[in-house]
Design a protein around this ligand. Structure first.
Ligand SMILES: Nc1ncnc2c1ncn2[C@@H]1O[C@H](COP(=O)(O)OP(=O)(O)OP(=O)(O)O)[C@@H](O)[C@H]1O
Length: 263
């Protein structure tokens, strides 16, 4: 059972600007909890820090990053040693960029590696079918995959680890509606099997049908979670003004081009 708790997580970068050094805030402050058996959607505008949150949890930030805050897995602090043990076993990332696949290895082999990292044998054909990929894609190298196929291969690899806590960063980006639905259904199944799934997306409308709760990243900080079912009608069941504004801004609710959310 996965239970991921993040408290006041912030990320800054140190960089040189001419002769000066400056600090850039990538993620202001994020607090959220992903419980076993749920899909928690983290939504927010592009550049808000959603990917940084996932990378900070997994310890994948570059050396010039400074991370503040607390991350716990099943109540235990996820410090460096705990992370080494959990990454690829308890905790898996579906990265946003398909470049995370090894360019030289066939997909099937990469799925088998992922399983081995998690201490299990992967049925490659089954893992591919679960994300809507044909069995023949096991023999293909990443360069032979379409962008959408590569994205689904990344999801298959993350699930192949058997991790009970999955952080999926824009997993439907670039997918047609049918394949996006397959990916979301697969994540839902992982949660229904007891896993904790953090679904990171800029697309609130896409997240609502699959998520149990939704956390909005607003101006660099998270709003308290809302029930996904509260995003309906005029948004009267939503508890926070920021959530209401986000809901009113989705195209289905008559968002006008040029309107600015939060203005
Ligand atoms: N290595 C880095 N050095 C400096 N700034 C960075 C670095 N990585 C990310 N940032 C900045 O941090 C902010 C948040 O980036 P992040 O990739 O987390 O956004 P996001 O919400 O995932 O957006 P998107 O949905 O477009 O991927 C951005 O302003 C980005 O430019």
């Amino acid at each position: 059972m996965g239970h991921l708790a993040i408290r006041d997580l912030g990320v800054e970068f140190r960089r040189r600007a001419g002769l000066r050094r400056e600090t850039v805030v990538g993620l202001g402050s994020a607090t959220l909890e992903v419980r076993p058996g749920e899909v928690l959607a983290l939504v927010g505008a592009s550049g808000g820090g959603k990917s940084l949150l996932a990378h900070a949890v997994l310890g994948l930030l570059p050396p010039n990053a400074r991370v503040r805050g607390e991350v716990r897995l099943d109540g235990q602090p996820l410090d460096e040693a705990a992370l080494r043990g959990a990454r690829g076993r308890r905790l898996a990332l579906v990265p946003q960029s398909p470049t995370h696949l090894d360019p030289l290895a066939p997909v099937g082999r990469q799925l088998a590696w992922a399983g081995r990292r998690g201490g299990r044998a992967v049925d490659v054909g089954f893992a591919l079918a679960a994300v809507g990929l044909p069995a023949a894609s096991a023999a293909l190298r990443p360069a032979e995959l379409s962008g959408g196929m590569a994205r689904r291969a990344l999801l298959a690899a993350a699930l192949g680890t058997g991790a009970d806590t999955i952080l999926a960063d824009e997993p439907t980006d670039g997918l047609d509606p049918r394949n996006a639905a397959t990916v979301l259904a697969t994540l839902r199944q992982a949660a229904d099997a007891g896993g904790a799934v953090l679904l990171i997306t800029h697309d609130l409308a896409l997240a609502i049908p699959v998520a149990d709760r939704v956390v909005t990243l607003w101006d660099g900080a998270t709003l308290p979670a809302e029930a996904a079912s509260a995003f309906r009608g005029a948004g009267d069941d939503l508890r926070h003004e920021g959530s209401r504004r986000l809901w009113q801004a989705v195209p289905q609710n008559g968002f006008q081009a040029g309107e600015r959310v939060g203005a």
